[in-house]
Design a protein around this ligand. Structure first.
Ligand SMILES: Nc1ncnc2c1ncn2[C@@H]1O[C@H](COP(=O)(O)OP(=O)(O)OP(=O)(O)O)[C@@H](O)[C@H]1O
Ligand SMILES: [Mg+2]
Length: 511
């Protein structure tokens, strides 16, 4: 693929590869895009930032041919185009990498790369050797090691994304669009993705990147567009604006200061985990959490933290160990018993475990405590509604109507509903897995405040987080896991970035 870094109209003015102008899109009563605009240039990575529900994913879905705009212009190389389907967008050179790629699990990596266009040999048979060879060549170009002949099933999300990018390259994509691709990746995986994205950018590809993490935006992008409430706010070279300015434009108000956790005198031990084991996943994990305490479970992605949380809650069966809540042993493998004992789990994967996407925002928010709100066996609708409204207000959830299906909310707003759903159960033990993943910077402080308030009321909180500032800011104690084992316990005073990274990796942090 040979594309000059900037397609030139004449010698001075670079011409965008992609232009969106005056784009409007509504879903029922919700105006998702209101005069949105975007220019993408070859050889440049462009960040798209904005609060949850600002319209970023919707804009991308218009580029991807998933949604048709109600009004507006889409131009490729200065010529107006209309995409009626994702395949038309792909054929025009626009490749979209989503947060959770959708490879065919039963096909090999190479088959996924070339699905529908496999190289064929004599008698029309698929030439597997040629296919694997081409796949190997693509991975070599990206400087990644993935076996083309292995099945896609069981691959990490990071590797699956790389396969999607390799596919984009093999289709000669000129525009690479990534919607929060890093949300489910570890630090090392993010860096590897960026190496690949930078290489493509430097070969002339236009890159569009969405993330709620500014360190990533700064590491990859040259230009940044801010959106608010579906509208274009600003576009600048990243070198010309400060992060503070960008954030202020995103939220359209002064930002709450970073939340400072309340000091709480810890009470009795509420959650007691002893010798928890699951073959090949985690071994001999023991710890306690007192009422009023926030204990963080830190470690690399894949260290077994989420699995331990699920083991405690009873989602997965375990091979050994006991879990006690307020002194009473929980039966293994029964989330129902865990919930009855006052344990709540806010899962990492909200789509699979956190929400019933077809049910309304209202029902999802109040689902687990529907019994508490009922009188004489039926729901008191008014109370339910008031409660849901209060939570959506506190978490700044953007929605049209409480009766809308939760699946129509933006990614971050779905996460807020999951949080509301479990925070509102007034649990004894609250387990939160990546509580602020995908949540915009304007709401993070509010989530932290809510957690701190619950701790002050005596709730024992176990928090899994990959974001060190969140771990260090919120935790009274930090437990660090590595390869399925608890390897360190650091009281708040000793929990520094270096100490946590050292325990999580077994290596000194790079200066
Ligand atoms: N299919 C749909 N049906 C109804 N409403 C929708 C649909 N898709 C998006 N919306 C609404 O459009 C608005 C913009 O959503 P979008 O997903 O574009 O936000 P976003 O900027 O990507 O947010 P996030 O950072 O949370 O991912 C939201 O209010 C959302 O509820
Ligand atoms: Mg989104």
């Amino acid at each position: 693929m040979v594309v000059s870094p900037r397609t030139q109209v004449n010698d001075s003015v670079p011409r965008p590869v992609v232009t969106l102008r005056g784009v409007w899109k509504s879903f029922g009563a919700v105006a998702a895009l209101r005069d949105a605009r975007l220019d993408l240039f070859g050889g440049e990575a462009h960040a798209l930032v904005g609060e949850n529900g600002a319209g970023k994913s919707t804009l991308i879905k218009i580029l991807a041919g998933v949604h048709r705009p109600d009004a507006g212009v889409l131009e490729l190389d200065g010529r107006p185009v209309e995409f009626h389907s994702p395949s038309e967008a792909r054929a025009a050179g626009l490749a979209v990498i989503y947060q959770e790629p959708a490879l065919f699990p039963d096909l090999t990596v190479a088959e996924n790369l070339f699905v529908g266009r496999q190289p064929r040999g004599r008698f029309g048979r698929i030439d597997e050797a040629a296919m694997n060879g081409e796949a190997r060549e693509l991975f070599r170009r990206l400087a990644v090691e993935i076996d083309p002949a292995r099945p896609a099933r069981g691959m990490s999300i990071a590797d699956q994304q790389i396969v999607e990018i390799a596919k984009a390259i093999s289709l000669d994509a000129r525009v690479l669009i990534m919607d929060e691709p890093t949300a489910a990746l570890s630090g090392v995986e993010v860096e590897r993705l960026f190496v690949v994205a930078r290489a493509l950018r430097d070969e002339g590809t236009a890159v569009l990147f969405i993330s709620h993490r500014f360190s990533e935006v700064e590491a990859l992008c040259q230009r940044v567009t801010v959106m608010r409430d579906g509208a274009h706010v600003s576009t600048d070279l990243l070198a010309d604006v400060s992060i503070d300015q960008i954030v202020r434009r995103m939220v359209g108000r002064e930002l709450d200061a970073l939340f400072v956790k309340q000091e709480v005198e810890p009470g009795e031990v509420v959650l007691e985990v002893e010798g928890l084991s699951r073959a090949g996943v985690y071994q001999d994990v023991s710890f306690q959490v007192r009422g009023g305490e926030i204990v963080a479970l830190a470690g690399l992605v894949g260290a077994g933290r989420s699995e331990v949380a699920q083991g405690v809650f009873g989602v997965d069966s375990r091979d050994g160990g006991t879990v006690r809540v307020a002194g009473r042993v929980l039966p293994a493998g029964s989330p129902r018993a865990a919930m009855a004992a006052g344990v709540a789990l806010v899962p990492e994967d909200r789509r699979q475990q956190g929400l019933v996407l077809d049910l309304s925002i209202l029902r999802n928010t109040t689902l687990p405590r529907a019994r508490g709100l009922s009188r004489f066996g039926f729901l008191t609708g008014g109370a339910e509604r008031r409660e849901a409204r209060e939570w959506t207000r506190r978490l700044r959830t953007k929605y049209g109507d409480l009766g809308d299906p939760v699946g129509t909310l933006s990614g971050g707003n779905q996460q807020k509903v999951v949080l509301a759903k479990w925070l509102s159960t007034r649990p004894k033990v609250l387990i939160v897995d990546e509580p602020t993943r995908g949540i915009d910077i304007g709401t993070k402080a509010e989530v932290h405040r809510l957690m701190s308030e619950l701790a002050a009321e005596g709730v024992a909180i176990l928090m899994i987080s990959s974001e060190l500032p969140e771990v260090l800011g919120m935790a009274d104690r930090v437990l660090v896991m590595r390869e399925g084992r608890l390897v360190a316990e650091l009281p708040r005073a000793e929990a520094t970035e270096e100490a946590v990274i050292f325990a999580a990796t077994g290596q000194e942090a790079a200066a």
